[in-house]
Design a protein around this ligand. Structure first.
Ligand code: PEP
Length: 262
């Protein structure tokens, strides 16, 4: 069951951690994971903690910085918003886009998320595009339909040459922050379907290179079995990313799976 893609373990801190608390967490994570490079590791602090986080990461390539959102316009009258170029000046490499909390609480549409994906790519930021169904969608048998709409909607006009830069995160909404995890089989079924959708859009050479992360109550106790699935290439982690030990254990699980994959 060889996975050809480098695993990515990305922490979504959401609206947690002040700047000093963020630095402490990063120091703790670096302590836990050492200087390995076989697994990609990213942390996504709130905007206010990005600059101090960038400084705390200045001497290492082990962890890449990510942001949790951005506005598609380069500048202008968008009070409270932050542009891709602003993130780049803070050495941000990834940006989470279309998280279900943004879709739910800030009414973000697929079309708006798509504008952000395009702007991120134009600015050399790797989008982590989140897709996932609600419990109502799943119970109505609409999981793949919903995921396909969000995926295709988010990827309109993405250039084939840039597509490899994109990371997809499958995050069933009912599993986020609830302690309920999709079983490995349930997750793999959707990941495989997403890979097929990516193949339809970009062709198999590119689709085989795009990482698809699982997100939704991933923690040290369930990471190994999820990561062992063929199309699960890492995790987007909320709760378990706020503590250095548990996040370190997730990186360890991905390292162990990398070795098992050969
Ligand atoms: C998330 O919000 O991206 C997430 C997966 O959260 P949690 O791990 O807490 O479920």
């Amino acid at each position: 069951m060889a996975t050809k893609r480098k695993y990515l373990i990305a922490g979504n801190w959401k609206m947690n951690k002040t700047a000093p608390d963020g630095v402490e967490l990063i120091e703790g994570i670096l302590n836990e994971i050492g200087s390995q490079s076989e697994v990609g590791v990213a942390v996504c602090p709130p905007f206010t903690a990005l600059e101090s986080a960038a400084k705390a990461l200045a001497d290492t390539n082990t962890i890449t910085l990510g942001a949790q959102n951005m506005h598609p316009e380069p500048d202008g009258a968008y009070t409270g918003e932050v542009s891709a170029a602003m993130l780049r000046t803070l050495y941000v490499g990834f940006v989470i886009l279309g998280h279900s909390e943004r879709r739910q609480y800030f009414a973000e549409s697929d079309a708006f998320i798509n504008q952000k994906v395009i702007a991120a790519l134009e600015n050399n930021l790797k989008p982590i595009l989140c897709v996932g169904e609600t419990i109502e969608d799943r119970e109505a048998g609409k999981t793949l339909e919903v995921v396909e709409t969000q995926l295709k909607g988010g990827l309109v006009n993405v250039d084939k040459k840039q597509a490899e830069q994109i990371v997809i995160a499958y995050e069933p909404v009912w599993a986020i922050g609830t302690g309920k995890t999709a079983t490995p089989e349930m997750a793999q079924e959707v990941h495989a379907a997403i890979r097929k959708m990516l193949t339809d859009i970009f062709g198999s050479d590119i689709a085989d290179k795009i990482r698809i992360l699982y997100g939704g109550s991933m923690k040290p106790g369930n990471a190994a079995e999820l990561l062992a699935e063929k199309d699960i290439d890492g995790g987007l982690i909320g709760g378990a990313s706020l503590e250095a030990k548990s996040f370190g254990k997730l990186v360890e699980a991905a390292l162990a799976q990398t070795k098992a994959d050969g």
